[in-house]
Design a protein around this ligand. Structure first.
Ligand SMILES: [Zn+2]
Ligand SMILES: [Zn+2]
Length: 298
């Protein structure tokens, strides 16, 4: 992977975790995706229950330094934080960049949802240190990676993110619903979303509903599979990963949804489409740099 990035999927579900034999292949944990690059501290998208599995995969309690790009504060994106084993080590430090809140600093608002009587401890009761950073429409470095955050349409303040590293790029827009803005036609792709997804190698996008389900749930703030495909095509994304699966969609449903979407994309000339599942890893190798032109001899 030297020079490239590895994208790991630890939770791919939206709304609420689910479990049982019907969910064995795609998994039931809520949103959490990691991005690793050689010589770079890890970047993690969202703190859903998949974060616990990610911590186990890393080897449990040990010092860990990383950055979290948190899209919003809905339960399915935050509940994993206290169960991330490295946070039970005093040597751990997490920087969490998340959506600026009208009610006050992000860290204080987060502590309102993680405190007694709803949870035994507050974030500052963890042994590791968690620092919250209020974020909006921003462009900022994380180590050697370039991070872009933009507001997207959902229920409540919600960000999408893009990470560029050494010529590879990934955009993460797990909760995005065209129906949140009643004046927007359902095929409208906002400028901010195009800024996140423009020409990206991998677009991880909300694909919670089928067309038939969407009509009754338009105000929930999520996309159809078709809209995710539309965004990918408008932005020129090379690969679309369907994400934030509805807990009502079992393995067989997702097989069918992914196959139909891939077929539609193939007929339209791209992009490549797949449905996210727990344990999926995508490795992006950097483009081979062009050879330097030889200098004319003097
Ligand atoms: Zn969600
Ligand atoms: Zn949400």
């Amino acid at each position: 992977m030297s020079g490239g990035i590895r994208i790991g999927f630890h939770g791919v579900r939206g709304s609420t975790p689910c479990e049982g034999p019907r969910y064995e292949r795609y998994g039931g944990h809520s949103s959490c995706v990691s991005v690793d690059a050689h010589g770079q501290a890890p970047i993690v998208f969202d703190l859903g229950t998949g974060l616990r599995a990610y911590g186990e995969r890393l080897g449990g309690v040990h010092p860990y330094h990383g950055t979290v790009l948190l899209t919003h504060l809905h339960w399915d994106h935050v509940q994993g934080l206290p169960f991330f084993a490295p946070l039970h080590d005093t040597g751990t430090a997490l920087d969490v960049y998340g959506p600026r809140q009208a009610e006050g600093p992000l860290g204080r608002v987060f502590a309102e949802l993680m405190r007694p009587p709803f949870f035994p401890i507050r974030p500052d009761g963890l042994l590791g240190h968690v620092a919250f950073h209020d974020t909006g429409d921003d462009d900022f470095p994380v180590g050697l990676a370039k991070v872009r955050s933009r507001w997207v349409r959902h229920v409540g303040p919600t960000l999408g993110f893009r990470v560029d590293w050494n010529g590879s790029s990934v955009a993460y827009v797990p909760d995005h619903g065209p129906g949140c803005c009643p004046d927007d036609p359902d095929d409208h792709v906002p400028h901010e979303v195009l800024e996140l997804c423009d020409g990206v190698d991998v677009l991880i996008h909300d694909a919670q509903h089928t067309d038939a389900e969407y009509r009754a749930k338009r105000h929930w703030g999520h996309s159809t599979v078709d809209y995710a495909l539309h965004v990918a095509r408008e932005a020129g994304a090379r690969r679309l990963v369907l994400f934030h699966h509805d807990p009502g969609h079992c393995d067989d449903d997702l097989d069918r949804i992914a196959a139909e979407a891939a077929d539609r994309a193939w007929r339209a000339g791209g992009p490549e489409v797949l449905a996210a599942y727990e344990g999926l890893e995508l490795v992006l190798e950097p483009a081979v740099p062009p050879r330097a032109a030889s200098l004319p001899s003097r």
